[in-house]
Ligand binder design. Sequence first.
Ligand code: TRP
Length: 456
Amino acid sequence: MMSTTSMHGMWSSRLAFIFAATGSAVGLGNIWRFPYTAGESGGGAFVLIYLLCVAAIGVPIMIAEVMLGRRGRQSPINTMRALAVRQGAHPAWQLLGWMGILAGLLILSFYSVIAGWTLAYVFRAGSGQFAGIDGPGSEAIFSALTADPERLLAWHSIFMALVVMIVARGVASGLELAARVLMPALFVLLVIMVIYAAQAGDFGAGLGYLFTPDFDALSAHAGDALLNAMGQAFFSLSLGMGAIMIYGSYLSSQASIGTNVAIIAGIDTLVALLAGLAIFPIVFANGLEPSEGPSLIFLTLPVAFGQMPFGALFGVLFFLLLAFAAWTSAISLLEPVVAYLVENKGFSRVRASLLAGVAVWLLGIACLLSLNEWSGFTLFEMGILDLFDYLTANVLLPLGGILIAVFAGWILDEEVSRTELGASNGAWFYPLWRGLIRWVAPLCVILVFLNAIGLI
Ligand code: TRP
Protein backbone atom coordinates (compact mmCIF):
# COMPACT_ATOMS: atom_id res chain seq x y z
CA MET A 1 0.00 0.00 0.00
CA MET A 2 1.16 3.50 -0.81
CA SER A 3 2.24 5.40 2.28
CA THR A 4 1.34 9.11 2.44
CA THR A 5 1.46 11.87 5.03
CA SER A 6 -0.30 15.15 5.78
CA MET A 7 1.32 18.58 5.62
CA HIS A 8 -0.34 19.41 8.98
CA GLY A 9 1.57 16.69 10.82
CA MET A 10 0.86 13.07 11.71
CA TRP A 11 -0.12 11.23 14.90
CA SER A 12 2.92 9.87 16.63
CA SER A 13 1.29 6.44 16.92
CA ARG A 14 -1.91 4.50 16.50
CA LEU A 15 -2.68 5.16 20.15
CA ALA A 16 -2.31 8.87 19.62
CA PHE A 17 -5.05 8.68 17.00
CA ILE A 18 -7.31 6.69 19.30
CA PHE A 19 -6.81 9.20 22.09
CA ALA A 20 -7.38 12.19 19.85
CA ALA A 21 -10.46 10.75 18.16
CA THR A 22 -11.87 9.58 21.49
CA GLY A 23 -11.08 13.04 22.82
CA SER A 24 -13.12 14.46 19.98
CA ALA A 25 -16.00 12.07 20.49
CA VAL A 26 -16.23 12.19 24.27
CA GLY A 27 -17.32 15.57 25.50
CA LEU A 28 -20.36 17.59 26.38
CA GLY A 29 -22.27 15.47 23.89
CA ASN A 30 -22.02 12.46 26.16
CA ILE A 31 -22.36 14.06 29.55
CA TRP A 32 -24.49 17.13 28.94
CA ARG A 33 -26.40 16.42 25.71
CA PHE A 34 -27.13 12.71 25.94
CA PRO A 35 -28.92 12.85 29.32
CA TYR A 36 -30.97 15.91 28.48
CA THR A 37 -31.96 14.67 25.04
CA ALA A 38 -32.86 11.26 26.45
CA GLY A 39 -34.89 13.00 29.13
CA GLU A 40 -36.71 15.17 26.62
CA SER A 41 -37.47 12.17 24.43
CA GLY A 42 -38.91 9.92 27.09
CA GLY A 43 -35.98 7.66 28.10
CA GLY A 44 -35.64 3.95 27.30
CA ALA A 45 -37.01 3.81 23.78
CA PHE A 46 -34.84 6.77 22.84
CA VAL A 47 -31.78 5.05 24.28
CA LEU A 48 -32.50 1.87 22.37
CA ILE A 49 -32.88 3.75 19.08
CA TYR A 50 -29.77 5.74 19.86
CA LEU A 51 -27.78 2.54 20.32
CA LEU A 52 -29.13 1.15 17.05
CA CYS A 53 -28.15 4.38 15.29
CA VAL A 54 -24.64 4.19 16.68
CA ALA A 55 -24.22 0.62 15.47
CA ALA A 56 -25.95 0.75 12.08
CA ILE A 57 -25.26 4.33 11.00
CA GLY A 58 -22.55 5.79 13.22
CA VAL A 59 -19.89 3.09 13.12
CA PRO A 60 -19.98 2.52 9.34
CA ILE A 61 -19.92 6.26 8.69
CA MET A 62 -17.06 6.75 11.11
CA ILE A 63 -15.10 4.07 9.28
CA ALA A 64 -15.88 5.84 6.01
CA GLU A 65 -14.80 9.22 7.36
CA VAL A 66 -11.48 7.97 8.67
CA MET A 67 -10.88 6.14 5.42
CA LEU A 68 -11.66 9.13 3.20
CA GLY A 69 -9.54 11.37 5.38
CA ARG A 70 -6.55 9.05 5.27
CA ARG A 71 -6.94 8.63 1.54
CA GLY A 72 -7.09 12.38 0.94
CA ARG A 73 -4.65 13.67 3.58
CA GLN A 74 -6.04 17.24 3.36
CA SER A 75 -8.82 19.37 4.82
CA PRO A 76 -12.25 17.81 4.16
CA ILE A 77 -12.95 20.30 1.36
CA ASN A 78 -9.78 19.46 -0.55
CA THR A 79 -9.95 15.79 0.32
CA MET A 80 -13.44 15.45 -1.10
CA ARG A 81 -12.58 17.41 -4.22
CA ALA A 82 -9.39 15.44 -4.85
CA LEU A 83 -11.02 12.06 -4.25
CA ALA A 84 -14.00 12.97 -6.41
CA VAL A 85 -11.81 14.12 -9.28
CA ARG A 86 -9.66 11.02 -8.97
CA GLN A 87 -12.81 8.92 -9.31
CA GLY A 88 -14.02 10.91 -12.29
CA ALA A 89 -16.92 12.26 -10.20
CA HIS A 90 -18.02 15.87 -9.97
CA PRO A 91 -15.81 18.19 -7.87
CA ALA A 92 -19.02 19.48 -6.26
CA TRP A 93 -18.50 16.71 -3.69
CA GLN A 94 -16.39 19.30 -1.92
CA LEU A 95 -19.71 20.80 -0.85
CA LEU A 96 -19.59 18.23 1.92
CA GLY A 97 -16.48 19.94 3.25
CA TRP A 98 -18.17 23.34 3.14
CA MET A 99 -21.22 22.07 4.96
CA GLY A 100 -18.89 20.59 7.53
CA ILE A 101 -17.17 23.91 8.10
CA LEU A 102 -20.52 25.61 8.58
CA ALA A 103 -21.66 22.89 10.98
CA GLY A 104 -18.38 23.04 12.89
CA LEU A 105 -18.56 26.80 13.39
CA LEU A 106 -22.19 26.65 14.49
CA ILE A 107 -21.63 23.75 16.87
CA LEU A 108 -18.55 25.27 18.41
CA SER A 109 -20.34 28.57 19.00
CA PHE A 110 -22.86 27.05 21.39
CA TYR A 111 -20.54 24.30 22.57
CA SER A 112 -18.19 26.95 23.90
CA VAL A 113 -21.00 28.62 25.82
CA ILE A 114 -21.92 25.34 27.50
CA ALA A 115 -18.25 24.62 28.18
CA GLY A 116 -18.26 28.05 29.80
CA TRP A 117 -21.06 26.92 32.15
CA THR A 118 -18.85 23.99 33.04
CA LEU A 119 -15.90 26.23 33.88
CA ALA A 120 -18.15 28.48 35.95
CA TYR A 121 -19.35 25.43 37.85
CA VAL A 122 -15.80 24.49 38.81
CA PHE A 123 -15.82 27.60 40.94
CA ARG A 124 -19.39 27.16 42.18
CA ALA A 125 -18.45 23.68 43.35
CA GLY A 126 -15.17 24.78 44.90
CA SER A 127 -16.65 27.60 46.92
CA GLY A 128 -19.00 25.22 48.69
CA GLN A 129 -22.17 26.73 47.23
CA PHE A 130 -23.64 23.31 46.59
CA ALA A 131 -23.46 22.11 50.19
CA GLY A 132 -26.85 20.73 51.13
CA ILE A 133 -28.80 22.37 48.31
CA ASP A 134 -32.06 20.97 46.97
CA GLY A 135 -33.61 21.17 43.50
CA PRO A 136 -34.88 24.76 43.79
CA GLY A 137 -31.57 25.91 45.28
CA SER A 138 -29.72 24.38 42.36
CA GLU A 139 -32.16 26.01 39.97
CA ALA A 140 -31.46 29.43 41.52
CA ILE A 141 -27.68 29.09 41.05
CA PHE A 142 -28.14 28.04 37.45
CA SER A 143 -30.58 30.83 36.58
CA ALA A 144 -28.30 33.41 38.13
CA LEU A 145 -25.53 32.28 35.78
CA THR A 146 -27.54 32.16 32.57
CA ALA A 147 -29.23 35.48 33.33
CA ASP A 148 -25.84 37.20 33.43
CA PRO A 149 -24.48 37.87 29.92
CA GLU A 150 -21.20 39.29 31.19
CA ARG A 151 -20.32 36.17 33.14
CA LEU A 152 -21.33 33.95 30.25
CA LEU A 153 -19.23 36.05 27.91
CA ALA A 154 -16.20 35.87 30.17
CA TRP A 155 -16.31 32.07 30.37
CA HIS A 156 -17.09 31.66 26.68
CA SER A 157 -14.10 33.87 25.84
CA ILE A 158 -11.75 31.98 28.13
CA PHE A 159 -12.80 28.67 26.64
CA MET A 160 -12.42 29.86 23.07
CA ALA A 161 -8.98 31.25 23.86
CA LEU A 162 -7.93 27.82 25.16
CA VAL A 163 -9.20 26.16 22.01
CA VAL A 164 -7.48 28.58 19.66
CA MET A 165 -4.23 28.12 21.58
CA ILE A 166 -4.06 24.40 20.87
CA VAL A 167 -5.31 24.54 17.31
CA ALA A 168 -2.73 27.24 16.54
CA ARG A 169 0.05 24.91 17.67
CA GLY A 170 -1.13 22.01 15.55
CA VAL A 171 -3.34 19.29 16.95
CA ALA A 172 -0.99 16.42 16.38
CA SER A 173 1.36 17.85 18.98
CA GLY A 174 -1.00 19.69 21.30
CA LEU A 175 -3.65 17.17 22.08
CA GLU A 176 -2.17 13.94 23.13
CA LEU A 177 -1.33 14.62 26.74
CA ALA A 178 -4.75 15.99 27.60
CA ALA A 179 -6.42 12.99 26.07
CA ARG A 180 -4.02 10.45 27.55
CA VAL A 181 -4.23 11.55 31.17
CA LEU A 182 -7.37 13.57 31.67
CA MET A 183 -9.88 11.46 29.81
CA PRO A 184 -9.17 8.33 31.84
CA ALA A 185 -9.48 10.49 34.95
CA LEU A 186 -12.89 11.73 33.84
CA PHE A 187 -13.91 8.15 33.24
CA VAL A 188 -12.93 7.11 36.77
CA LEU A 189 -14.80 10.05 38.24
CA LEU A 190 -17.88 9.19 36.24
CA VAL A 191 -17.78 5.67 37.65
CA ILE A 192 -17.57 7.14 41.16
CA MET A 193 -20.63 9.25 40.39
CA VAL A 194 -22.54 6.20 39.20
CA ILE A 195 -21.64 4.38 42.40
CA TYR A 196 -22.82 7.35 44.40
CA ALA A 197 -26.03 7.56 42.39
CA ALA A 198 -26.61 3.86 42.96
CA GLN A 199 -26.42 4.35 46.72
CA ALA A 200 -27.98 7.70 47.31
CA GLY A 201 -30.25 8.14 44.32
CA ASP A 202 -33.22 6.20 43.10
CA PHE A 203 -31.13 3.78 41.07
CA GLY A 204 -34.02 1.50 40.18
CA ALA A 205 -35.99 4.36 38.72
CA GLY A 206 -32.96 5.66 36.83
CA LEU A 207 -32.11 2.25 35.43
CA GLY A 208 -35.69 1.59 34.45
CA TYR A 209 -35.99 4.97 32.82
CA LEU A 210 -32.89 4.44 30.68
CA PHE A 211 -33.24 0.79 29.78
CA THR A 212 -36.92 -0.08 29.70
CA PRO A 213 -38.06 0.96 26.26
CA ASP A 214 -41.46 2.57 26.56
CA PHE A 215 -42.62 3.14 23.02
CA ASP A 216 -45.76 4.90 24.18
CA ALA A 217 -43.59 7.53 25.82
CA LEU A 218 -41.67 7.73 22.56
CA SER A 219 -44.71 8.28 20.40
CA ALA A 220 -45.92 10.87 22.90
CA HIS A 221 -42.82 12.76 21.89
CA ALA A 222 -43.80 12.51 18.22
CA GLY A 223 -41.46 12.02 15.26
CA ASP A 224 -38.82 14.15 16.87
CA ALA A 225 -37.64 11.48 19.27
CA LEU A 226 -36.38 9.36 16.38
CA LEU A 227 -34.63 12.33 14.84
CA ASN A 228 -33.19 13.31 18.20
CA ALA A 229 -31.76 9.83 18.72
CA MET A 230 -30.11 9.82 15.32
CA GLY A 231 -28.85 13.39 15.71
CA GLN A 232 -27.41 12.47 19.08
CA ALA A 233 -25.52 9.57 17.54
CA PHE A 234 -23.93 11.86 14.94
CA PHE A 235 -23.17 14.54 17.49
CA SER A 236 -21.70 12.23 20.07
CA LEU A 237 -19.48 10.40 17.61
CA SER A 238 -18.35 13.71 16.00
CA LEU A 239 -19.63 12.54 12.63
CA GLY A 240 -20.88 14.20 9.50
CA MET A 241 -18.77 17.36 9.39
CA GLY A 242 -15.23 16.24 8.68
CA ALA A 243 -13.78 16.30 12.20
CA ILE A 244 -13.10 12.58 12.20
CA MET A 245 -12.13 12.82 8.55
CA ILE A 246 -9.38 15.29 9.30
CA TYR A 247 -8.19 13.23 12.26
CA GLY A 248 -8.07 10.28 9.87
CA SER A 249 -5.92 12.36 7.54
CA TYR A 250 -3.18 12.35 10.20
CA LEU A 251 -3.38 8.58 10.67
CA SER A 252 -0.61 6.35 9.39
CA SER A 253 -1.40 4.18 6.39
CA GLN A 254 -0.66 1.01 8.36
CA ALA A 255 -3.20 1.39 11.19
CA SER A 256 -6.36 -0.74 11.08
CA ILE A 257 -9.34 1.56 10.71
CA GLY A 258 -12.07 -0.88 11.72
CA THR A 259 -10.51 -1.84 15.03
CA ASN A 260 -9.78 1.75 15.95
CA VAL A 261 -13.29 2.88 15.16
CA ALA A 262 -14.81 0.06 17.19
CA ILE A 263 -12.77 1.15 20.20
CA ILE A 264 -13.63 4.82 19.81
CA ALA A 265 -17.36 4.27 19.32
CA GLY A 266 -17.41 1.76 22.19
CA ILE A 267 -15.83 4.16 24.66
CA ASP A 268 -18.03 7.03 23.51
CA THR A 269 -21.19 5.02 24.03
CA LEU A 270 -20.07 3.70 27.38
CA VAL A 271 -19.39 7.21 28.64
CA ALA A 272 -22.83 8.41 27.58
CA LEU A 273 -24.54 5.50 29.33
CA LEU A 274 -22.49 6.08 32.47
CA ALA A 275 -23.49 9.73 32.43
CA GLY A 276 -27.13 8.68 32.21
CA LEU A 277 -26.66 6.26 35.11
CA ALA A 278 -25.05 8.97 37.20
CA ILE A 279 -27.75 11.51 36.54
CA PHE A 280 -31.20 9.94 36.33
CA PRO A 281 -31.14 8.28 39.77
CA ILE A 282 -30.41 11.72 41.24
CA VAL A 283 -33.15 13.27 39.12
CA PHE A 284 -35.75 10.85 40.44
CA ALA A 285 -34.60 10.94 44.05
CA ASN A 286 -34.80 14.73 44.19
CA GLY A 287 -38.04 15.47 42.42
CA LEU A 288 -36.32 16.95 39.38
CA GLU A 289 -37.74 16.56 35.87
CA PRO A 290 -35.98 14.34 33.28
CA SER A 291 -37.33 16.66 30.60
CA GLU A 292 -35.65 19.72 32.09
CA GLY A 293 -33.73 20.39 28.86
CA PRO A 294 -30.16 21.67 28.43
CA SER A 295 -29.93 22.66 32.08
CA LEU A 296 -30.44 19.06 33.26
CA ILE A 297 -26.96 18.11 34.48
CA PHE A 298 -26.31 21.58 35.85
CA LEU A 299 -29.40 21.25 38.02
CA THR A 300 -28.89 17.64 38.98
CA LEU A 301 -25.21 17.15 39.72
CA PRO A 302 -24.87 20.04 42.19
CA VAL A 303 -27.54 18.39 44.34
CA ALA A 304 -25.46 15.20 44.34
CA PHE A 305 -22.19 17.00 45.05
CA GLY A 306 -23.94 18.95 47.79
CA GLN A 307 -24.85 15.74 49.62
CA MET A 308 -21.96 13.37 49.01
CA PRO A 309 -18.85 13.12 51.18
CA PHE A 310 -16.02 15.26 49.76
CA GLY A 311 -18.64 16.69 47.42
CA ALA A 312 -16.82 19.98 46.91
CA LEU A 313 -13.65 18.18 45.85
CA PHE A 314 -15.47 15.77 43.57
CA GLY A 315 -17.47 18.65 42.15
CA VAL A 316 -14.40 20.67 41.27
CA LEU A 317 -12.72 17.66 39.71
CA PHE A 318 -15.78 16.63 37.78
CA PHE A 319 -16.52 19.98 36.18
CA LEU A 320 -12.83 20.57 35.50
CA LEU A 321 -12.43 17.25 33.75
CA LEU A 322 -15.65 17.81 31.85
CA ALA A 323 -14.26 21.13 30.67
CA PHE A 324 -11.14 19.29 29.48
CA ALA A 325 -13.25 16.75 27.64
CA ALA A 326 -15.12 19.63 26.01
CA TRP A 327 -11.81 21.19 25.09
CA THR A 328 -10.49 18.11 23.29
CA SER A 329 -13.80 17.97 21.39
CA ALA A 330 -13.84 21.66 20.54
CA ILE A 331 -10.40 21.42 18.98
CA SER A 332 -11.71 18.92 16.45
CA LEU A 333 -14.54 21.26 15.52
CA LEU A 334 -12.12 24.01 14.53
CA GLU A 335 -9.47 21.88 12.86
CA PRO A 336 -11.18 21.36 9.46
CA VAL A 337 -11.63 25.06 8.76
CA VAL A 338 -8.13 25.87 9.98
CA ALA A 339 -6.61 23.20 7.77
CA TYR A 340 -8.56 24.61 4.84
CA LEU A 341 -7.35 28.18 5.45
CA VAL A 342 -3.78 26.97 5.68
CA GLU A 343 -4.01 24.87 2.51
CA ASN A 344 -5.94 27.22 0.26
CA LYS A 345 -5.35 30.71 1.58
CA GLY A 346 -1.74 30.31 2.60
CA PHE A 347 -2.48 31.43 6.16
CA SER A 348 -0.17 30.46 8.99
CA ARG A 349 -1.80 28.11 11.51
CA VAL A 350 -1.80 30.89 14.06
CA ARG A 351 -3.57 33.34 11.80
CA ALA A 352 -6.06 30.74 10.58
CA SER A 353 -6.91 29.66 14.13
CA LEU A 354 -7.37 33.23 15.28
CA LEU A 355 -9.62 34.10 12.38
CA ALA A 356 -11.82 31.03 12.79
CA GLY A 357 -11.78 31.49 16.56
CA VAL A 358 -13.03 35.05 16.33
CA ALA A 359 -15.84 34.02 13.97
CA VAL A 360 -16.96 31.35 16.43
CA TRP A 361 -16.58 33.73 19.36
CA LEU A 362 -18.95 36.22 17.70
CA LEU A 363 -21.53 33.55 16.91
CA GLY A 364 -21.21 32.37 20.49
CA ILE A 365 -22.15 35.81 21.74
CA ALA A 366 -25.44 35.48 19.89
CA CYS A 367 -25.94 32.10 21.57
CA LEU A 368 -25.30 33.36 25.07
CA LEU A 369 -27.48 36.42 24.58
CA SER A 370 -30.31 34.12 23.56
CA LEU A 371 -30.33 32.90 27.17
CA ASN A 372 -31.13 36.33 28.55
CA GLU A 373 -31.31 39.65 26.66
CA TRP A 374 -32.53 38.09 23.42
CA SER A 375 -34.68 35.39 24.95
CA GLY A 376 -37.74 36.87 23.24
CA PHE A 377 -36.29 36.11 19.82
CA THR A 378 -37.20 32.62 18.67
CA LEU A 379 -37.39 30.71 15.43
CA PHE A 380 -39.37 27.44 15.29
CA GLU A 381 -39.98 28.04 19.00
CA MET A 382 -36.25 27.89 19.75
CA GLY A 383 -33.77 30.51 20.85
CA ILE A 384 -30.51 30.88 18.93
CA LEU A 385 -28.54 28.45 21.07
CA ASP A 386 -31.19 25.74 20.89
CA LEU A 387 -31.68 26.41 17.21
CA PHE A 388 -27.97 25.97 16.41
CA ASP A 389 -27.95 22.79 18.47
CA TYR A 390 -31.01 21.36 16.73
CA LEU A 391 -30.05 22.47 13.23
CA THR A 392 -26.55 21.04 13.36
CA ALA A 393 -27.15 17.74 15.14
CA ASN A 394 -30.49 16.89 13.57
CA VAL A 395 -30.07 18.32 10.07
CA LEU A 396 -26.55 19.26 8.96
CA LEU A 397 -24.66 16.32 10.45
CA PRO A 398 -27.03 13.62 9.17
CA LEU A 399 -27.03 15.29 5.74
CA GLY A 400 -23.24 15.22 5.79
CA GLY A 401 -23.51 11.60 6.85
CA ILE A 402 -25.60 10.68 3.81
CA LEU A 403 -23.05 12.31 1.51
CA ILE A 404 -20.16 10.51 3.19
CA ALA A 405 -21.97 7.18 3.01
CA VAL A 406 -22.93 7.61 -0.64
CA PHE A 407 -19.46 8.71 -1.60
CA ALA A 408 -17.69 5.92 0.26
CA GLY A 409 -20.17 3.25 -0.79
CA TRP A 410 -21.09 4.19 -4.35
CA ILE A 411 -18.51 6.59 -5.79
CA LEU A 412 -15.23 5.37 -4.38
CA ASP A 413 -13.83 2.28 -6.10
CA GLU A 414 -14.44 -0.89 -4.16
CA GLU A 415 -10.76 -1.66 -4.60
CA VAL A 416 -9.82 1.47 -2.73
CA SER A 417 -12.03 0.89 0.30
CA ARG A 418 -11.01 -2.76 0.36
CA THR A 419 -7.36 -1.78 0.50
CA GLU A 420 -7.86 1.00 3.03
CA LEU A 421 -9.85 -1.26 5.33
CA GLY A 422 -7.30 -4.02 4.98
CA ALA A 423 -9.93 -6.46 3.76
CA SER A 424 -8.53 -9.47 2.01
CA ASN A 425 -11.07 -11.43 0.02
CA GLY A 426 -12.39 -13.59 2.82
CA ALA A 427 -12.78 -10.83 5.43
CA TRP A 428 -16.26 -11.00 6.98
CA PHE A 429 -16.42 -7.40 8.06
CA TYR A 430 -15.95 -5.87 4.65
CA PRO A 431 -19.23 -7.03 3.09
CA LEU A 432 -20.98 -6.09 6.33
CA TRP A 433 -19.53 -2.58 6.25
CA ARG A 434 -20.28 -2.25 2.57
CA GLY A 435 -23.90 -3.23 3.00
CA LEU A 436 -24.30 -0.82 5.87
CA ILE A 437 -22.65 2.09 4.11
CA ARG A 438 -24.37 1.60 0.73
CA TRP A 439 -27.87 0.82 1.93
CA VAL A 440 -28.59 0.84 5.61
CA ALA A 441 -26.96 4.11 6.71
CA PRO A 442 -28.22 6.40 3.93
CA LEU A 443 -31.69 4.87 3.85
CA CYS A 444 -32.09 5.04 7.62
CA VAL A 445 -31.12 8.70 7.66
CA ILE A 446 -33.60 9.45 4.87
CA LEU A 447 -36.39 7.50 6.58
CA VAL A 448 -35.80 9.33 9.84
CA PHE A 449 -35.89 12.66 8.00
CA LEU A 450 -39.14 11.74 6.27
CA ASN A 451 -40.57 10.64 9.57
CA ALA A 452 -39.59 13.89 11.23
CA ILE A 453 -41.30 16.03 8.63
CA GLY A 454 -44.38 13.86 8.91
CA LEU A 455 -44.31 12.14 5.54
CA ILE A 456 -44.10 8.63 7.01
N1 TRP B 1 -18.61 14.65 19.87
C1 TRP B 1 -18.37 15.77 20.73
C2 TRP B 1 -19.17 15.60 22.00
O1 TRP B 1 -19.85 14.64 22.13
C3 TRP B 1 -18.67 17.08 20.07
C4 TRP B 1 -18.01 17.19 18.74
C5 TRP B 1 -16.69 17.33 18.50
C6 TRP B 1 -18.63 17.09 17.50
N2 TRP B 1 -16.46 17.32 17.16
C7 TRP B 1 -17.63 17.18 16.53
C8 TRP B 1 -19.94 16.92 17.13
C9 TRP B 1 -17.95 17.09 15.20
C10 TRP B 1 -20.25 16.84 15.79
C11 TRP B 1 -19.27 16.92 14.82
O2 TRP B 1 -19.14 16.41 22.85
